[in-house]
Design a protein around this ligand. Sequence first.
Ligand code: SF4
Length: 246
Amino acid sequence: MARGKTGIEWTDKTWNPTTGCTKVSAGCKNCYAEEITKRFKNTFPEGFAFTIHPQRLEQPKSWRTPSRIFVNSMSDLFHEQMPLSYLKQIFEVMEACPHHVFQVLTKRGDRLAEVAHLLPWPDNVWMGVSVETQKYTSRIDALRQVPAKVRFLSCEPLLGPLTLDLTGIHWVITGGESGRRHRPIEEEWVRNIRDQCQAGGVAFFHKQWGGATPKKNGRLLDGRVWDEMPALLASLEDEVVELSAD
Ligand code: SF4
């Protein structure tokens, strides 16, 4: 699969069929998407208001190179203003592109649980929730109800220690906050999450420690890089190779 077009360590491309959002929890405080929107006013004339972009809906179909695609880096797919009909269309596009893996991440566990049964869940759609502090672990319960082949947690920006029930979870990503106003992360929080993943047989990926810039403090934990991926990826990549060979 293609790698490295986004600067996000665990994905290749981004696809934003909507942009804009509203803040829902502590992890939103220094929202990267909002910052980008403010900085590039010409690119985002609608500002940070939730906006659908139907002209982008079909984009993944034109991307022939099999890629891991992060859906809505500039928004939240399960935003309360997302029309259900448009959400269904987004899922239909993902289903029609089995050569890609789509990574969907939300902070809106309630809406996810509410509409999950109305959506198709092909194997190439990975579904994740953000969990930045213990207060938001109920999102994991919502995620567990989703029949996605891969269910993952993004603990970024990690803002406190977490005790996780990893039943039915395949992958956990940790990371610190970056930028001028970044909040501190503690090594022990990350080590503890890694240990919980190892005990539960869950893939663990430590993205970075955060700081003034994302790469400033590197990404080593206990002297090594942790970049495990869900076991399913290997089998999907095999399938993709076969598809590409046609
Ligand atoms: S949910 Fe995500 S995109 Fe929306 S405000 Fe929070 S951090 Fe930003």
